[in-house]
Write a protein that binds this ligand. Sequence first.
Ligand code: IMP
Length: 430
Amino acid sequence: MANVAVVGSQWGDEGKGKLVDWLSERADVVVRFQGGHNAGHTLVIDGKVYKLSLLPSGIVRGGKMSVIGNGVVVDPWALLKEIETLKGQGVTVTPENFKIAENATLILPCHGELDALREDATTGVKIGTTRRGIGPAYEDKVARRAIRVSDLTDEELLKKKIATLLTHHNALRKGLDAEPIDGDQLLQQLLDIAPKILEFSDIVWRRLDEAKRERKLILFEGAQGTMLDNDHGTYPFVTSSNTVAGQAAVGSGMGPSSINYVLGITKAYTTRVGEGPFPTELFDEVGQGLGERGREFGVVTGRKRRCGWFDAVMVRQAVKTGGISGIALTKLDVLDGMDELKVCVGYKLGDEVLDYYPSNMTDQAKVEPVYETLEGWQDSTFGARSWDQLPATAVKYIRRIEELIEAPIALVSTSPEREDTILVKDPFSD
Ligand code: IMP
């Protein structure tokens, strides 16, 4: 049996929630390895809706270990709130079934404030972030001044680290006309919350190594998508972590050989929230229709998602840069009833046609999609559970996508219900 990493292959919101839940039912351990509470995963189990931002999806199912790895940035207040909400829904969250890496970085109130101050500034590049402090927390991490979970055990160390942190943050805040942070107040806030967080703190790399030796099945749960990856995405319009499956090894403390199968979740069209280039974006009633039928609103911020045609060049790039083994195609039913469908097969840049997405932001904004037009279908694909329940033109669309992105289809998801899935290849059986 194989350990599986689930990642998004576009700009996030590909419908990872349903598939992660479906896979987590069989996994023994579910691990988040990057991002923070910028993610939003909606799970529907027995008609009950659970909204998760930071906790791994396995938490809603009994008998599993849920783990927040070192690669995640953890807002301790947001985490406790999410735990309380889930407990109110009858979910068990205890130190026995939930662990946080002691070397994970904390998101502090000043990170969220800085994120918002920058987004509201009239100068600089507006990213359209979730304003959750994700970027500023990762900045402090790589600059070696972050406060980590294990620091909460040591008041004297915390004092020193806060002093170092505030030298930097208060200088930045001065430049942004914001009040300086009071170090004593921050220390007190952290000391107050420390015991509630530390009860979940663990040596996660060792815990996962034990699980590996006991041949437990591990599911790595990615957040966002490849095109939001800090290296491989549409930089600078990206998130501040690596979202590709390689990060599952680094962000959990397991080696790369622990990941046996990478499942890339891929929407049958494209969406994006926030700013940044989007070559196949539709500004007409076709795009509006996709947004309405697909209910394309963000789980975390409620923002309307931008919609467009399927971009095979971009997904192929995600397959290559992220080592995706197979894809799960989602929301196919949103395309039902359309006369024709377009798929981007290249980018026009000046006189050239590119078969990849350029890395320079000027070129990224300039490229024009080269489309191939495919026939649509009028029948409903909603809830289909086998190939023969799909119209022939829908099968043709899927097969063409498979060919263009150079990765096999492992699953097709045809509704939010978990049973409404066409299974071609079981990722765990690799
Ligand atoms: P940040 O992660 O809050 O810094 O936001 C950076 C970019 O990533 C923005 O364009 C956000 O809209 C986008 N983003 C962050 N998290 C998600 C997500 O879970 N789904 C889709 N987009 C996201």
